[in-house]
Ligand binder design. Sequence first.
Ligand code: SAH
Length: 478
Amino acid sequence: MRFLPVFLDLQAGPVLLIGAGDLARAKLRLLAAAGARVRWYATDGHHDVSGLEPADAARVELAKGDPFSADLTGVIAILCAGAGDLGPTMSARAKALGLPVNVMDDLAHSTFIFPAIVDRGDVVVAVGTGGASPVVARRVRERIEAVLPARIGDLAGFVGRWRKPIHGRIGEFPLRRRFWERVVDGPIGALVLAGRADEAEAALKDIADPSAFAGAQDGGRAEGRVTLVGAGPGDPDLLTIKALRALQDADVVFYDELVSPEVLDRARRDASRVPVGRRIGKPGIGQNAINRLMIVAARSGQRAVRLKGGDPFVFGRGGEEVEALRNAGIAYSIIPGITAGLGAAAQFEVPLTFRHEALRITFLTAHKARDAETVDWSTLTDEKMTVVVYMGMTAAPSVRAGLLAAGRSPRTPVGVFARVTRPDAQAAVGTLDRLPDLIEQIDGGPAILIIGDVVAHSAPWRHQDLNQVMSELLDAAE
Ligand code: SAH
C-alpha cells in the first residue's frame, strides 16, 4: 500500500485548485459538492461556476494573480490540473511546506490521490488502486454501492447522535461495543434502514438497562464465547460469510501455523492475534494450553475466534477443543471451512467423485510412517474409491507400499497438491508406483495426496498428457 486512505476535514481550511478545462472543473464540482471551500485559480482566466449549486458556488473563491506565488497559509491541500511546469512547481512548493498535493494524471508529483467514492451521508467509502487504475476502482465502487443499504448513512448518523448519552450509561468498552452491535444488527437498526427513524428513536429510548441489553452477565461484564472458524486452505476469498463476520467481531484470534497471512488479515484490526501452532523449528504450545487459553479468554468476556486451517473438524482436533469448552461451560459455535482436499480438487480440477468411476471418498491421515503402518490398506483397494491423504508427505513411501501390497494397481493415478489456493500452489501428478518421485518435485508443504482414477481428469494430468504428445511429435520430427 503506497497511499493510506485518510479523510480530510474540509472545515479546517480552503483547498487550492489551480487549472482550467474539464479535469479541473470536474474536481471543482466534486470539492464544492463535498462542502469544501475552494480557492480557484482558473489558469485560462475563465472563472465559471454556473454549473454549481448556488450554495456550493458561494464557497468558491475566485483567485486572481499568479498561482506560483499564491499564499498557502491555512490551505489544507493543493490540486493542480494543467500542462507545463505548473504541476511540478506547485508540487515542490507544497512538499516544502508538508502540504498534501495532487497533480492530476501525474503520480510522481502527487502526495495524495483521489479515491473512487461511495457517498451515503455519514458513511463514505473510499476505493483506491494506488493510482494504477481508476476504472478498476470504479468497478469496485459499483459493487460496494450495490451491497450497501440505501439508508446506511442514516444509521451511522443515528448511532452518532446517541453515542454520548449511551457512553455515559455503559462504562466498559467491550460491553459498549456489543450494545451498538445489537442496535445496528437488530430490530432498531432495521427500523432505521427501513426509513422508520422515529420508531427506532423511541425503541432506543425505551431501553431501560443498556448493559443488560448488551448481554451483560452479573457484575456488568460482557459474556464471552469461542467460535471455531474454518480458515480454508489459504485463499481468503474462500472464507464463508459467517467466518468473515466472526473474524470481524473477534477480540482475540488464536490461529494455527496453517492459517495464511491473507486470511488473518481479515480479522478486526484491533483484535489480538495469538499464534498457537507449531512455528518453524519450534513445537506448538500443545492442545491443553490452547484449550486453557480459549477458556480464559471467554471467561474474561472476550469473543475468541479459534482459527484453524481448512475445516475445524477435518484432522483439526476441533472435536477435542469443543469437548474442552463444553466441559468448562463456555458458549461456543462452529463455522465450517473449505478443507484442503476440496480446495485442491477445485483448483486442480480433480472431480473427487465421478459417475461410474469413483463412487466413494476416503479422507485419511498418515502423518508418520508409523501411522501409515496402522492403516488397514486392504479397505482402500476398491478402484472406485478416491483416497485423500492429509499430512502424507513424509509417509508417502509407506502409503505407496501399503496400497501396493494390499493390491491397488501401481498404475493408479495420483496427485500431490501443495499450498493449494495460495499464490504459489503446485501440483505433481503421475502413477502410484512413482509417488515418492512426485513428492520430490514439490517445493514444500503443506501438501495433500489424492489417489484414484479421477486424478486422470485433473488439469495437471491433461497438461502432462499434452506435453507428452508434443514431445513425442517433436521426437518423431527429428
Ligand atoms: N483441518 C485441515 C487439515 C489439517 S491437517 C483441513 O481441513 O484442511 C494438515 C494437513 O492438511 C497438511 O499436512 C496437508 O496435508 C493439508 N493441508 C492443509 N492446508 C493445505 C494447503 N493449503 N494445501 C495442501 N494441503 C493442505
